[in-house]
Design a protein around this ligand. Structure first.
Ligand code: MG
Length: 377
């Protein structure tokens, strides 16, 4: 039993509005085409994976997919229909052509191994297998901007990929396609020239990345920041923008708000920017005694300029003294205000170091902070 896959990736993806082909646009730490090929390569039932490409993308895609042994790059056509036909014809020239072929959109990177397995099981039973989901929205037929008739929702499905077919049947269907005739997917080709294809239920997470905002929905970034300040002469410390009376202060060029410094570094790190020392150098007189809340607002702006907003912040303070519990609610309020998030999106904990080391001896305070950024632009 030989089962192969075809990934049409020769489109321009221009509805997403990126400079490059959308399937090569990095999203959530990886590129869609890489995720798709990786999923098929990880499935032991799949022999060869044919990726249809534009010649202009050959060098980049070749490099991206170099680690996968069973990938072949096929020159695509002007339309999806032509691209898939080229791949099927390439398979037809092999010494052992496939028995079944699975076709999957390069812009659906979240497919699971279960979907691939379900598609294979269905195509082996029925000769065709089209991934589809029951319609959840009401659908209507529109004419000239008016909803002329509601459609029976219980009979409506939205069609996804993968779609699996008997290879000889799909190949013969493609060879019968008329001049200039195009289809949006392979289920249409099969339905017209062979038979209505069998549906199997897909997954809601198997979404297609089409528009720019589809990519941003998937992009989260985490960051970590750590800061330490030593105690010095003084009568208070600043922590989370709260003035806390204490027998000593924290040595610093700014107001020494070690909590906010750790949070700022976490945010800058998550956005791939430099650390706070780069933006607010301690050699610069304008930051002498600086209000760290004001600096935090500047960091928020820097991160937003990179296209991110803060989802949440979490910080752990380690201090042998002073006792901090009663000040934490006000710290949360200050951070939430500066970052434009809810107080419930700010987590602050405080603990001692059980008497161990410089923290245990009460020589200073260390804070570790993490944050999650969400891409918004
Ligand atoms: Mg600092």
């Amino acid at each position: 039993m030989r089962i192969c896959a075809v990934i049409p990736a020769a489109g321009s993806g221009n509805r997403a509005g990126f400079a490059e082909n959308k399937i090569l646009h990095k999203t959530g730490g990886t590129v869609p085409l890489f995720s798709v090929v990786s999923a098929f390569a990880a499935n032991a039932q799949i022999a060869t994976i044919a990726v249809c490409i534009r010649e202009g993308d050959r060098a980049e895609i070749g490099k991206l997919l170099a680690r996968f042994q069973n990938v072949v790059l096929v020159t695509g056509g002007a339309t999806r229909t032509e691209s898939v036909k080229n791949a099927l014809e390439a398979f037809a020239t092999e010494k052992t052509p496939p028995d079944y072929v699975l076709i999957h959109d390069a812009a659906r990177p979240f497919l699971s191994q279960k979907i691939i397995d379900d598609c294979i099981a269905a195509v082996r039973s029925f000769g065709s297998a089209v991934c589809a989901l029951p319609c959840t929205d009401t659908a209507v037929l529109s004419e000239n901007g008016f909803a002329v008739s509601p459609l029976p929702r219980e009979k409506l499905y939205t069609v996804q990929t993968p779609q699996g077919f008997s290879f000889p049947e799909l190949l013969s269907a493609y060879r019968r396609i008329g001049e200039g005739e195009t289809f949006t997917d392979d289920s249409g080709v099969f339905a017209k020239y062979v038979a209505p294809p069998r549906l199997f239920e897909g997954e809601r997470t198997n979404v297609k990345l089409t528009f720019r905002e589809d990519f941003f929905m998937q992009t989260f970034r985490t960051g970590i920041g750590i800061d330490t300040h030593a105690f010095c002469d003084g009568d208070h410390i600043m922590l989370g923008g709260v003035r806390i009376p204490h027998g000593s202060g924290l040595a610093a060029h700014s107001d020494g708000d070690v909590l906010i410094h750790a949070v700022m570094d976490a945010m800058l790190s998550a956005a791939g920017l430099c650390d706070i020392g780069h933006y607010f150098p301690d050699t610069d007189p304008q930051y002498k005694g600086a209000d760290s809340i004001a600096l935090l607002k500047k960091v928020r702006r820097l991160v937003e300029n990179e296209g991110f907003c803060v989802s949440n912040v979490s910080a752990a303070i380690v201090a042998q003294r002073p006792k901090l519990a009663t000040f934490i609610p006000k710290m949360k309020e200050n951070l939430a205000d500066a970052l434009g998030i809810c107080e419930t999106d700010v987590g602050i904990t405080a603990g001692t170091n059980e008497g161990l080391g410089y923290l245990g001896r009460g020589e200073g305070i260390t804070v570790t902070a993490t944050t999650l950024l969400n891409r918004i632009g």
